[in-house]
Design a protein. Structure first.
Length: 300
């Protein structure tokens, strides 16, 4: 399957280098990406996480909390939304048939409203917990304004599925090929998931917010103080979060066939996308409808 890497609106958190590890100082703002994938399958286009959407860019105060707007100050440029980047790649956004969500935080689910026709896949506990709006922080991070209709949500029990590369209860998704898998990575939220995608050169594992900083996957893990604080502030199950980070590190060490990345590390994004994080993919002419991944299709 052909996989495109899209940064669907950067955030510019307070703390500069203390957050992203590469800004020029600690008094400027840092730059984090919202790393999403667009996958061409025979079932149509599949979007893995959605980043911020058109309505977030046009009307942020009606959709996002003041707290997070002040803290992470998204770089709202309409051309960076998933829908505009999909058009730039020559596709009709209506051909996005499926969205697989790691979790429902505002910086992952904002684009849902741009694809009302798509089936949205996630763990059941994620949808129920985010809707419950239990704590002050839950109300800042999970924004029902971004998903008013909840149309076509397809949810899954977290204790089904099979073992895959050291992770339990990994499962394929209804209507999607077995080369896209939902991997439970509880911790950041209760229903947080990674998404594994088998591309042309092996598996990609989008670990989403299971970790935030590239060096957290090193043999001697390290995280910037700002991102350590941010993860602590938002975690729902610390023990599970650390256990899953340890599993991800082991997988990275032991399995060369799986390439792991997270949602917000710009260095990882740039290495995989092959372009600077604030830029767009190369523009392509309009693709014929249904022309997805023609090269991978079996000859008739
Ligand atoms: Zn996030």
């Amino acid at each position: 399957m052909v996989v495109h890497h899209l940064n669907c609106v950067s955030t510019c958190p307070l703390g500069g280098r203390l957050m992203d590890g590469r800004a020029s100082s600690v008094v400027t703002r840092g730059e984090l990406c919202c790393h999403c994938l667009l996958v061409e399958t025979e079932q149509g286009l599949v979007l893995i996480d959605t980043g911020f959407g058109l309505e977030d860019v046009r009307n942020p105060r009606s959709r996002l909390s003041r707290f997070f707007l002040a803290l992470v100050s998204p770089d709202f440029r309409e051309e960076m939304t998933a829908i505009r980047q999909i058009e730039r790649l020559g596709y009709d956004p209506r051909d996005v048939r499926h969205i697989v969500l790691s979790h429902l935080d505002f910086d992952h689910a904002g684009g849902l409203s741009d694809f009302p026709q798509a089936t949205v896949h996630m763990f059941h506990v994620e949808s129920t917990y985010a809707r419950a709006q239990r704590t002050w922080m839950d109300r800042q991070r999970f924004r029902p304004q971004q998903w008013p209709t909840m149309q076509h949500w397809q949810t899954y029990a977290s204790d089904d599925g099979e073992r895959w590369r050291g992770f339990e209860h990994v499962r394929a998704l209804d209507g999607l090929p077995p080369s896209i898998l939902l991997v439970p990575l509880r911790g950041h939220t209760f229903g947080h998931a990674g998404i594994a995608v088998e591309g042309r050169s092996g598996w990609l594992l989008d670990a989403a917010d299971a970790y935030f900083y590239r060096d957290e996957m090193a043999d001697r893990p390290h995280c910037t103080p700002g991102l350590r604080f941010y993860q602590w502030m938002l975690e729902k199950d610390r023990r599970a979060r650390f256990e899953n980070q340890a599993r991800l590190r082991a997988l990275r060490r032991e399995d060369n066939d799986v390439l792991i990345f997270c949602s917000h590390d710009m260095v990882e994004f740039e290495a995989l996308a092959g372009r600077p994080g604030g830029t767009l993919p190369r523009e392509r002419p309009r693709q014929a409808p249904g022309a997805y991944d023609a090269a991978a299709r079996p000859a008739r």
